[in-house]
Design a protein around this ligand. Structure first.
Ligand SMILES: [Zn+2]
Length: 259
C-alpha cells in the first residue's frame, strides 16, 4: 500500500531533532511521498534543505495568511520566479478570518491573495489553500468566488474543517478537499467524509498540528489512522482507498514517482 501525506510541515522546528526517525516511520507506514507546504520564504528555504536530503518530500512555496505583511509578500513574490524549478505548488496561501480581524489587515490579506491568484493562474502550478472561517466570515465562500474569478482549476482546500454546505460549493468546481488526521478524534466531522467523493479527496496530517493521537506531535506516519477511519466510514477497503487517494495527489501535484 502506498500513501501520500499531502500536507506536512517537516521544515518546522518541531522536527529539527528527529527528522530521520520521522521519515523512517513514515516509510514503514507506507508513506511514499510527502508534500511540504511552507508559510514564508525562510520556511521554504528550510524546506529546500529537507528536500535535498529526502527527495520524496516535495516543497511548495507559500505565504500563510495569518502572518502576511508587506515585506513578506514582496519576498514571496520574487521567490516565485527565483525558485520556479524548486517547488511543485504554491501554498499554503488563502484567507484566515480567525487570526486576521482588523479591517485594514483583512483588506491587505484579501488584496495580497488576489495578487497571488493572478500569478498562480499564469504559473500553471497547483494551489494549496488555507481557509479559516470565523467571526461570521466564511473563508470558503470568499475563496471559491476568487478561484472562479481568476480561473484557478488546480487547487486543494487543505485541512478541511468547513460545513457540508462548503463541501458542496467546492465540489461544484474542479478542486480537491483534503481531510486532516484530526478527524479521527472529531466524531462531529465524520459525516463529512461520506459527502466527499473519493476521486476528489486528499489526505494529510498537517504535521506537527492536528494529530490523530491526543496530546502528541503529529507526524506523517499517523496518516494510517485516517486511512483506517475513512475505510470504516465508507465501507471501502483500505487498499482501494489508498490507491485512489495516492493517484489524486500524483495527478494534482504532477509528482514524478521516484518510489
Ligand atoms: Zn499547514
Amino acid at each position: 500500500m502506498k500513501l501520500i501525506d499531502s500536507h506536512a510541515h517537516l521544515s518546522f522546528d518541531a522536527f529539527k531533532n528527529d527528522l530521520d526517525e520521522v521519515i523512517l516511520r513514515a516509510q514503514k507506514a507506507g508513506v511514499v511521498a510527502i508534500i511540504n507546504p511552507t508559510i514564508s520564504v525562510s520556511d521554504f528555504k528550510n524546506a529546500l534543505k529537507v528536500a535535498e536530503k529526502y527527495p520524496n518530500v516535495f516543497p511548495a512555496l507559500g505565504l500563510a495568511p495569518q502572518i502576511i505583511e508587506e515585506e513578506l509578500l514582496k519576498e514571496f513574490l520574487s521567490a516565485i520566479n527565483e525558485f520556479k524549478e524548486n517547488y511543485i505548488a504554491i501554498g499554503e496561501c488563502g484567507l484566515d478570518f480567525y487570526w486576521i480581524t482588523e479591517p485594514k489587515k483583512v483588506q491587505f490579506m484579501l488584496e495580497s491573495f488576489k495578487t497571488i491568484l493572478e500569478i498562480v493562474e499564469k504559473l500553471k502550478k497547483p494551489l494549496i489553500i488555507h481557509a479559516r472561517s470565523a467571526h461570521h466570515k466564511n473563508a470558503y465562500v470568499e475563496i471559491i468566488e476568487l478561484l472562479e474569478t481568476y480561473n484557478i482549476k488546480r487547487a486543494v482546500f487543505h485541512a478541511f474543517l468547513g460545513s457540508k454546505k462548503d463541501v458542496q460549493a467546492i465540489l461544484r468546481g474542479d478542486w480537491y478537499i483534503s481531510i486532516p488526521t484530526v478527524y479521527v478524534r472529531r466524531k462531529d466531522l465524520w459525516s463529512i467524509v461520506n459527502d466527499i467523493p473519493l476521486d476528489r479527496m486528499l489526505i494529510e496530517t498537517d504535521s506537527p498540528y492536528l494529530a490523530s493521537r491526543k496530546g502528541s506531535r503529529n507526524e506523517p506516519s499517523y496518516i494510517v489512522d485516517l486511512l483506517e477511519l475513512i475505510s470504516r466510514i465508507t465501507g471501502i477497503n483500505k487498499d482501494d482507498i489508498a490507491y485512489i487517494l495516492t493517484k489524486n495527489a500524483i495527478d494534482l501535484f504532477e509528482l514524478k514517482c521516484i518510489w
